[in-house]
Design a protein around this ligand. Structure first.
Ligand code: PLP
Length: 374
């Protein structure tokens, strides 16, 4: 058998900065001798991202997982947190770092997100022990943000979103990071926008309560230090983003528009080749929502996902089983018991296909021909 691809095709390729711009910023950092600790480029990146994400407050971090750990810490959560089993391990593991017990709630088969209706079943019975809801906007497809807001208000619990897949997504013209108490976006190189490693928290309006939250989050990012005189007043850690990460981010911001345009074409090509195959299910993004263009997930119905993944591998194409296994199966977590038949089924059907701007129309056609050939 001849392989259709000589060089390996991975699920994504990180965007690279314009080298001249990166080198020129790098030289400035060298001259300043300010490599970290709220440098000028970190501040510039935070300002630019406020505009890009349409949010009032934000703070950038060394990575998304640390950002999410700090988000949970800043809200003083206790007891149980209702979350999704169908997500990247970081979402569930940060609960463990905060001594919180997950309640994994089953997902909706169409959207692959958890829903307010399902979460309500647990809040209804266990609400005195539940302090927060932590949904993931899986593959950038927004959760029912209005329904979750209502539920969180009703039970007076916090609402934190793992928005790692949803950079740039807008709902009814509002940045997705404005919903809930806090949202986290990851800037890992596998994500559309990245800073080498990095992440951000976005939160709320410019009210007094949010100014206090902003202060708490920024202290937790920097060892809990309030100022030189008083020292550390909270169990903070080192979550700071360096200037080298910040200048990468500033360069990558310039690249987003073109990359989004290229991915838009690839998105439509995949749909064209795959939408009529009866055993393949595509993710439908609702019309009022801007697509994050970060993943291209498909579901292979009828127990042949692993076969399709193997067949792609034989041709040097490395699709990924995002997300399998589900978090409720991790040996190190002790969740409250729950039944998760849909999450289990989806995790056995899911396959994320290569999705990045450098792929050609010919590549997409070949990838689809390998998938379809039974
Ligand atoms: C990438 C990702 C994270 C982790 O972010 P890092 O920046 O790699 O720490 C968390 N949650 C989800 C859903 C992710 O995809």
């Amino acid at each position: 058998m001849t392989t259709l691809f000589k060089d390996p095709i991975y699920i994504t390729r990180p965007l690279a900065p314009d080298l001249d711009k990166y080198v020129s910023l790098f030289k400035n950092v060298m001259k300043s001798k300010m490599f970290s600790n709220n440098g000028q480029y970190l501040i510039e990146l935070e300002e630019k991202l406020k505009n890009y994400l349409h949010v009032e407050n934000n703070a950038v971090f060394c990575n998304g997982t640390t950002a999410l750990m700090i988000a949970l810490k800043s809200l003083n959560l206790r007891g149980y947190v209702v979350t999704t089993p169908f997500t990247f391990p970081a979402t569930a593991n940060v609960l463990s770092w905060n001594n919180l017990t997950p309640i994994f709630c089953d997902i909706d088969y169409e959207t692959m997100n958890i829903t307010p209706e399902e979460a309500n079943k647990y809040l209804d019975i266990l609400h005195t022990n539940v302090s927060a809801i932590l949904p993931t906007h899986i593959f950038g497809n927004p959760c029912d943000v209005y329904g979750f807001q209502e539920l969180a208000s009703l039970y007076e619990v916090n609402l934190i979103y793992d928005a790692a897949h949803a950079f740039g997504v807008e709902i009814d013209g509002k940045g997705i990071g404005t919903f809930g108490d806090i949202s986290m976006f990851s800037f890992h190189p596998t994500k559309l926008f990245h800073t080498g490693e990095g992440g951000i928290l976005t939160y709320g309006a410019s009210t007094y309560a949010y100014r206090k939250l902003d202060e708490t989050i920024k202290q937790l990012r920097n060892f809990g230090i309030k100022d030189d005189t008083i020292g550390s007043i909270r169990p903070g850690i080192n979550g700071k983003m360096s200037e080298f990460q910040a200048i990468m981010g500033l360069c990558i911001l310039d690249k987003l528009q073109l990359e989004r345009e290229k991915r838009e074409i690839i998105y439509h090509l995949y749909r064209l080749f795959l939408e009529d195959i009866p055993w393949i299910k595509l993710l439908e993004i609702e019309g009022t929502t801007q697509n994050s263009l970060q993943y291209f997930p498909i579901r292979i119905i009828g127990n042949s996902r692993d076969e399709v993944a193997e067949r792609l591998k034989e041709h040097n194409v490395f699709a990924r089983k995002y997300f399998y296994p589900i978090c409720s199966d991790f040996p190190h977590l002790q969740p409250i018991e729950s039944k998760l038949p849909i999450a289990k089924k989806v995790s056995e059907e899911i396959l994320c296909l290569p999705f990045y701007g450098e792929l050609t129309a010919d590549d997409i056609e070949k990838i689809c021909s390998i998938i379809i050939k039974k």
